[in-house]
Design a protein around this ligand. Structure first.
Ligand SMILES: [Zn+2]
Length: 563
């Protein structure tokens, strides 16, 4: 840790300039918010399992095959090799080369003639090169230090090798102590060579490691942290030092993708976390990729949500009835047209979604949330503007219809299907343009409000929190932000030989979330009341149209969630 913190100190950790709100404690640059650590620019997150473990495959295999105790023989092997290579006067280089990495052994053999024979002789003497370990190492192409496996050519992994490699990978994932033992190899080598330096506390902690049970977990944590800090320090001086290890990692994981298939959780139900099948070649040859959604039938309408669709239809009907039975301000018809049109559109969308419980979940229902929030913000914001805003809203749409008609004209004649001409004609009608005098303005700014964003409208209408809390999250789903794709559409591959990657999920979301669907209906009810308030629709007409709502005791009365 000390190396890392001194590096951070050297580069200087910026002070947060955000003191309130959800990004408090962050450093803002433009529209980007960074944690102080990220703002140093010195942070590089490493995935040691993916990048480094393939390079440490040899000791990982030995520990998987022979248990954690075998690490002691590695330490004795280090000492023996150091002694025999002592004549070269390369104490530091030799010590650093015996950290268990294949790439370092390769570099050692290149620099010191005969080092490969010494490494293999001593490894054999300390029983670190069993037949199984050598075969597993020899199953990968282009491995550094191929002389360690002692094989002339690559032999594809068979069942026994795959099982050992899998145990090696799982072993370090499941056993933090084993990970620490692997990462301590470099420390032990340096200590034995007399080239190790660290603070007194760390040295004291490592003195009785790994024998002392009382201090083991503290020492494990120190070793793991120290290993990362050491790697960071090496990279600062030699940015390309681990390039060979990365190359090896690419080959390793690539080869594994050829020898075994992805494993889904659903494939392993009752089988633990994945297994190697009998032929060792395909872990999962029997089940082909197939979408599953319960029994593959659409989600049935939940009993406690069965009333929602009819209830929403009744709300919409009563809304229309109230408007039609109340005196209307027909001299400025655009106002009532726009408001009632937006509410009707929202209600129709919601009613359609309420027929399909598959959509009653965040993955497939986010567009409903967006639409309801957007409509509410439109209504409130427009109510604060000059009454002409409703005509402008319609004219903005008419301009878009003209634009779409023109764009449709671009489609070449041979690509036009039946009804194409009629569609263009309909857009032209909707542009409400004059046949001869083309007066329709096309405004291509983002919104009808001169390009003012929905967020800005929400802010002006006092609905910013509503926007932030409901709309932006649902937008993330609609725009396929990675968090949403990851949680909704992906699942981890359970085949540890594949290094923990994500694969497309074959399980469909089971919708039918009644509280979520109910909250949409609540929102719609709130929209209806908002619209009637803004239109100042005659109270008696409203009361009459919605009388059923208060009489029908068995129907749950939605409570509007916000103003
Ligand atoms: Zn996979």
């Amino acid at each position: 840790m000390s190396a890392l913190s001194s590096k951070l100190h050297a580069v200087g950790v910026p002070k947060p300039n955000q003191h309130t709100g959800p990004m408090a404690g962050h450093v803002r640059k433009g529209r980007v918010y960074m944690s102080p650590l990220a703002a140093t620019g010195a942070l590089r997150a490493h995935d040691w399992f993916k990048d480094d473990l393939p390079d440490l495959l040899w000791p990982a295999l030995v520990l998987a095959e022979q248990g954690n105790e075998s690490v002691r023989r590695f330490v004795r092997w280090q000492k023996a090799v150091q002694d025999r290579l002592g004549e070269h006067g390369e104490t530091v280089f030799v010590a650093e080369s015996l950290d268990g990495r294949l790439t370092h052994l390769s570099a050692l053999a290149e620099r010191l003639p005969g080092a490969d024979d010494i490494v293999v002789e001593e490894a054999t003497r300390f029983e670190l090169l069993s037949e199984g370990v050598r075969r597993a190492l020899g199953s990968y192409p282009f491995m550094p230090a191929p002389w360690l496996a002692g094989q002339v050519e690559v032999r594809p992994a068979e069942l026994a090798e795959l099982q050992l490699i899998r145990a090696a990978l799982l072993g370090v994932l499941q056993d933090g102590h084993r990970e620490a033992l692997l990462k301590c190899l470099r420390t032990w080598s340096a200590v034995q060579a007399g080239t190790f330096s660290s603070d007194a506390q760390t040295i004291e902690l490592l003195k009785h490691y790994p024998g002392d049970e009382a201090t083991r977990s503290a020492a494990d944590a120190t070793v793991r942290a120290g290993w990362g800090a050491h790697k960071f320090a090496v990279l600062v001086n030699e940015p390309n030092h681990f390039d060979e290890a990365i190359k090896l990692a690419r080959v390793f994981w690539g080869a594994n993708s050829m020898t075994s298939r992805c494993i889904r959780k659903q494939d392993t139900e009752g089988n633990g976390d994945g297994h190697v099948s009998e032929d060792g070649r395909d872990m999962d040859d029997n089940s082909s990729a197939e979408l599953v959604a319960g029994d593959a039938a659409p989600t049935p309408v939940p009993a406690d949500g069965a009333h929602l669709r009819q209830f929403t239809m009744d709300l919409l009907s009563s809304f229309v009835e109230a408007l039609e039975t109340a005196p209307a301000r027909l001299h400025d018809k655009e106002r009532q047209e726009v408001i009632s049109g937006l509410v009707a559109r929202a209600g129709r969308d919601l009613i359609a979604v309420l027929t399909a419980p598959d959509l009653w979940c965040m993955e497939h229902g986010s567009h409903i949330v967006r639409m309801l929030v957007e409509t509410k913000i439109y209504l409130h914001w427009m109510a604060q503007q000059e009454p002409s805003v409703y005509r402008e809203f319609q004219e903005y749409g008419a301009g878009k219809a003209k634009l779409y008609a023109r764009i449709s004209e671009e489609v070449p004649a041979e690509a036009r299907k039946a009804g194409f001409r009629e569609a263009i004609d309909e857009f032209e009608r909707l542009s409400h343009n004059h046949d001869v005098l083309d007066h329709r303005v096309v405004d291509t700014r983002d919104t009808f409000a001169g390009g003012k964003s929905l967020r800005a409208m929400a802010e002006e209408a006092g609905l910013l929190d509503f926007y932030r809390q409901a709309y932006s999250l649902a937008s993330g789903v609609a725009h396929s932000e990675w968090w949403s794709v990851e949680t909704h559409a992906m699942e981890p591959c359970m085949n540890v030989l594949h290094g923990l990657h994500l694969i497309p999920s074959l399980s469909l979301s089971f919708g039918g979330n009644v509280p979520l669907a109910s909250s949409w209906v609540d929102q719609f009810y709130s929209l209806v009341r908002t619209a009637l308030d803004i239109l100042r629709t005659d109270e008696a007409a409203v009361a009459a149209a919605f009388a059923w709502l208060h009489e029908a005791a068995e129907v749950p009365v939605p409570v509007p969630q916000d103003g």
